[in-house]
Design a binder for this molecule. Structure first.
Ligand code: MIG
Length: 752
């Protein structure tokens, strides 16, 4: 049965009982609520769900969180009452605090340089989703299955107001927040395994051109022994910003450039925007015009808006033949020497428009699966449908490689097609600090693979900011340094030896932790658990952790405490966590990384790129629980390709036990048929003082003498934090003023 038929069936079921609202269970403790007169065709197919929701019985009478439908003028209103003391999270890509209580979000994806438009209430993506956590730790998730222009206010009353017809609401009830995230992933799918290289450190700038500059960046990384996996090509590689072209002078030989990068174990990612320059003779425009592939105005003409290339038309990605066309263009392009794709401006952003995007009455044609509809309905999934096509195109070109697509625009459920970054932030401490709750809330909205522009995009970065940002940012799922045109360079080496060394140490830590990080990504592909997690997930009964937004978790076993945090304004989970002494010398910038009692964290050695990682030489960091035991997991595979789908991977169980004065750690393959070869392992015994290492042993088991841990848990007062006071650093307004002056002097225009 096609999806559409199925929804039709549900629709008629809803109609049978006259005007009454219908509700069904669709999974254990998951309910769907339909409004009276539900117009399925105005909402389906849902971009959120991987399978159509199938009724499985009635909603119990004591169900707690229920939508109430009403109207405000033409608008559809849905309210849900929750407890005054519930803590709310998620709501997508948002500025402000981690706790989302008392906030307002507009679901209308917008190009928002510096997060300045609408006080940052509407950014590049929409996730009509709230995660609620009650005082007792039990939790719920609310999905508004609605792409139409809408808004959300969060309080004791959670309120969605939409400009479209009434929509269904799905409510998940679970014992805790983690279980809610897993159910969201069960309903909305998980991302597929990204290529290992995409987890490496990445360097970008607007723009590196010509290609000799790209080579210089690659060479500098290698000469300075700073690990890095990816170099990024921003719009200036194109011929007059025409998508799927190269500037013949500055980038005459893309395959040659990619070969150069590959020879040095770098990958390349190229930007593709949706806007197609209106220019007869330009092949993309000619094809789009000849086949009528562009978004229309109601009078039948193509919608035209100005972006980088000048006047542009915009592919109508609601149509499957247009997506197929775009996939073909992408595939041809990728074959020219491209490892990954970067889809920008796909809100879509339009310069000569009051609303910064298409007219709301622009028409998207739809296809056999979705009805024709206005931009009001399809705006928020413009990027979502674009990156679906991009991903397909990558697979067409390279069926044996895992696609990597980074998108600025997206929608709830779009984590299945691409990773994301949080758009045009600024090189300020405000935005640096805010990047933690932003990435956490996006992670709590089903998008595990995300992160900010490290070092900040707009305005000039400085030495202290870059050093601290890199020392914190390398624990984010997506770790890419990027800067805007007209700003100072901000590669790790530009601010002198000290900052370079700080950045190198930090980036080396990411590569050393890669076995653990890769394992977390694999977990996310299976059950949707975020890679980067809020501190409260370490103990969802501790009320002090609910608002913690400086300290965060990397998986369950590592807690990251930024060096610029202050002991008296952070909360950490209780228990015998130990700070890892990862280097001999402390530079006063590296974040404190603490390990959970009872855990084993697999760590490798430094490599300059993920290709060079030695998967078999491992340090098993052990912080035993009180009873002397510890456990952990390690996932390994080829790092690319799809062999893992047919069992070509190895999942290891790590376990430790203490007998008398000795601790024994073993590694045992428990799943997957891949033979990784012999392991060379040692124990890193973690105490609050230092890590004590055993010698390396070839095999699956290693024993050493235990070391006495002097201290129980972390005494924040004893940690040496940096002296820097983030609250005294220049604000965005101050930095912008300087930037505007600078641009005026140089005769450059500002970019927004
Ligand atoms: O109007 O391609 O967010 O990362 O460097 C700016 C140039 C367009 C916005 C992206 C940014 C990128 C820039 N783009």
């Amino acid at each position: 049965m096609t999806k559409r038929l199925f929804t039709g069936l549900l629709f008629s079921a809803a109609c049978l009982s006259a005007m009454a609202q219908q509700a069904y269970m669709v999974d254990k403790d998951v309910a769907v609520f339909y409004p009276a007169n539900y117009d399925a065709a105005a909402h389906s197919p849902s971009p959120v769900f991987v399978h159509e929701l199938v009724p499985q019985g009635n909603v119990p009478g004591n169900w707690k969180v229920k939508p109430v439908y009403s109207k405000e003028g033409d608008k559809t209103v849905v309210t849900l009452n929750v407890n005054a003391d519930d803590d709310l999270y998620g709501t997508g890509e948002v500025v402000g605090d981690l706790r989302r209580n008392g906030k307002e979000v507009n679901f209308w994806n917008t190009d928002n340089y510096g997060y300045m438009k609408e006080q940052g209430k509407q950014l590049y993506q929409s996730h009509p989703w709230v995660l609620g956590v009650r005082k007792d730790g039990s939790a719920y998730g609310i999905i508004a299955d609605n792409t139409w222009k809408s808004s959300l206010t969060t309080n004791q009353q959670i309120k969605f107001v939409s400009e479209g017809p009434a929509f269904r609401v799905i409510v998940i009830e679970r014992a805790n927040a983690k279980e809610v995230m897993k159910e969201l992933a069960k309903l909305s799918g998980t991302m597929e395994m990204p290529p290992l290289w995409a987890l490496g450190f990445q360097q970008c700038r607007y723009s590196y051109n010509p290609d000799s500059r790209v080579k210089e960046i690659i060479d500098t990384y290698r000469a300075k022994n700073i690990p890095c996996d990816v170099v990024w090509m921003d719009i200036d590689y194109m011929d007059q910003f025409k998508v799927f072209t190269y500037d013949p002078k500055q980038f005459p030989d893309p395959q040659g450039l990619q070969d150069y990068a590959h020879a040095k174990n770098f990958k390349t990612v190229y930007m593709i925007d949706p806007g197609v320059k209106v220019e007869d003779g330009y092949f993309v425009y000619d094809q789009g015009k000849a086949n009528d592939y562009f978004v229309k105005m109601p009078d039948g003409t193509n919608y035209t808006g100005r972006v980088w290339p000048g006047d542009c038309n915009f592919p109508d990605y609601t149509r499957h033949e247009v997506r197929t066309w775009w996939s073909g263009l992408t595939s041809d392009f990728v074959k020219k020497g491209v490892d990954g794709l970067w889809n920008d401006m796909n809100e879509p952003a339009v310069f000569d428009s009051q609303t910064f995007t298409m007219d709301t009455e622009a028409v998207h044609w739809g296809d056999e699966n979705r009805d024709k509809g206005s931009h009001l309905r399809y705006h928020n999934v413009y990027g979502y449908n674009m990156i679906k096509a991009s991903r397909e195109g990558m697979l067409l070109a390279k069926p044996n490689n895992r696609p990597f697509v980074l998108s600025r625009d997206n929608f709830l459920g779009g984590h299945r097609y691409g990773a994301t970054w949080t758009g045009d932030n600024m090189s300020t401490w405000d935005h640096f600090q805010m990047s933690i709750p932003m990435t956490l809330n996006l992670s709590l909205s089903g998008q595990p693979f995300n992160g900010p522009d490290m070092g900040g995009f707009g305005a000039d970065a400085d030495a202290e900011l870059l050093a601290h940002w890199t020392a914190t940012g390398i624990y984010f799922p997506f770790a890419r340094n990027h800067a805007a045109k007209g700003t100072v360079d901000q590669e790790p080496w530009v601010f002198g030896q000290k900052v370079e060394d700080v950045c190198r140490t930090a980036i080396e830590r990411r590569y050393r932790l890669m076995p653990y990080i890769y394992t977390l990504f694999q977990e996310a592909t299976v059950n949707g658990m975020p890679v980067m997690r809020p501190a409260f997930m370490a103990d969802d009964k501790d009320p002090a952790l609910r608002g913690e937004q400086k300290v965060f978790m990397l998986g369950d076993d590592l807690m990251i405490i930024p060096r610029w945090a202050k002991a008296d304004n952070i909360h950490i989970p209780s228990g015998d966590w130990d700070v890892l002494q990862l280097e001999d010398k402390d530079d006063m910038y590296q974040a404190f990384v603490a390990q959970r009692p009872g855990s084993i964290v697999p760590m490798g050695n430094v490599a300059q790129s993920t290709i060079e990682l030695d998967q078999n030489t491992l340090t098993l960091l052990v912080n035993p629980a009180e009873d002397g035991t510890a456990t952990g997991v390690l996932y390994q595979d080829a790092g690319d390709g799809f062999g893992y789908r047919t069992g070509e991977y190895a999942k290891f169980q790590l376990s430790a036990k203490t007998e008398g004065d000795n601790i024994t750690v073993s590694i045992k393959q428990v799943d997957g048929k891949m033979d990784m070869g012999q392991k060379n392992i040692r124990i890193g015994f973690v105490t609050d003082g230092k890590i004590t290492y055993s010698p390396y042993v070839q095999g699956n088991e290693v024993t050493m003498k235990t070391v006495k841990d002097k201290q129980m848990g972390i005494d924040l007062k004893k940690l040496k934090f940096s002296d820097i006071d983030p609250s005294k650093q220049p604000t965005i307004q101050e930095k912008l003023k300087i930037q505007v002056e600078k641009m005026k002097k140089s005769g450059q225009a500002m970019e927004w």
